[in-house]
Design a protein around this ligand. Structure first.
Ligand code: HEC
Length: 247
């Protein structure tokens, strides 16, 4: 489902949101992890208890911010909520559009961007067991794949702003990978990640970003994918190492 995968990529891209949220590196996925809730979300001035957020805060948008501090529990988007999800209706897309523009001060999203986000939110489902599992390098590599799919789809629909958001989202995901490849013996992995991120930077402005991106992705896979998989045990994707580093 390229539309759903594109939506997932945009959902994780901070530059979809404007102003303070984007600067703080917040994306839809910061609050709705994998489209679900986030019981640990805690941001001073935005949250009351962990897992809550005031999305009408003037921190995010001077235009919309109300004077009240009224955080709500971050909802699990796999569950039915206040907003109708029927695909025939466009209530979900209208809600997401308002969220981006009015609450977060982001730029007006295109129809292609809203379609992708709506398709992703509708596709979020509860899991069979609901057992929590740690994020691994494969999940992050899939997020990079999703970014390539999103940028190609946005390019096909002549949505250059959507291409930029998708590319910025990929750079954000590369940064998240680099954070986990910590320590002196993984310096080469981090340097390669940084180089691949820099190479992405100017692709968004190209005449034909889709072609440049598939060349980029081929190089990423050749230079990095397997190397990252091989050294994942030495990175903070290893649950024991992560636990030790947080002590
Ligand atoms: C700062 C945390 C935060 C961010 C970032 C965020 N949300 Fe939410 N979201 C919330 C909270 C809190 C609510 C509940 C608001 C309420 O009930 O008044 C909510 C509600 C929703 C709902 C309605 C669920 C229902 O009741 O049917 C949808 C859909 C949604 N968010 C999608 C998104 C999308 C798409 C993005 C990115 C454009 C996003 N959210 C970004 C915190 C966040």
């Amino acid at each position: 489902m390229p539309l759903v995968r594109s939506g997932r990529a945009l959902f994780g891209a901070p530059s979809l949101l404007g102003g303070q949220a984007a600067k703080a590196g917040l994306s839809c996925a910061s609050c709705h992890i994998n489209g679900r809730g986030n019981p640990h979300f805690l941001l001073a001035g935005i949250s009351a208890a962990p897992g809550t957020a005031d999305i009408t805060s003037s921190f995010f948008s001077a235009a919309r911010g109300n004077a009240n501090f009224d955080p709500a529990t971050i909802p699990d988007l796999a569950m039915p909520g206040k907003i109708a999800r029927a695909p025939q209706g466009r209530a979900l897309e209208a809600f997401i559009r308002n969220l981006i523009v009015e609450e977060f001060g982001g730029s007006e999203p295109s129809a292609a961007t809203l379609n992708a986000l709506g398709a992703y939110v509708r596709a979020v489902e509860p899991c069979e067991t609901e057992k929590r599992i740690a994020r691994g390098i494969e999940d992050q590599l899939r997020a990079i794949d999703d970014g390539v799919i999103a940028a190609a789809l946005m390019a096909e629909r002549d949505d250059s702003a959507g291409v930029s958001v998708a590319v910025a989202g990929m750079r954000h995901e590369l940064g998240l990978i680099a954070e986990r490849y910590a320590g002196p013996d993984l310096a080469r992995e981090r340097a390669a990640l940084l180089a691949m991120s820099r190479a992405l930077q100017e692709i968004g402005n190209r005449e034909d970003p889709a072609r440049a991106l598939s060349a980029w992705k081929a190089e990423f896979d050749r230079r990095l994918s397997d190397r990252l998989r091989r050294s994942a045990k030495r990175s903070l994707y290893d649950p024991d190492r992560l636990a030790r580093s947080l002590r």
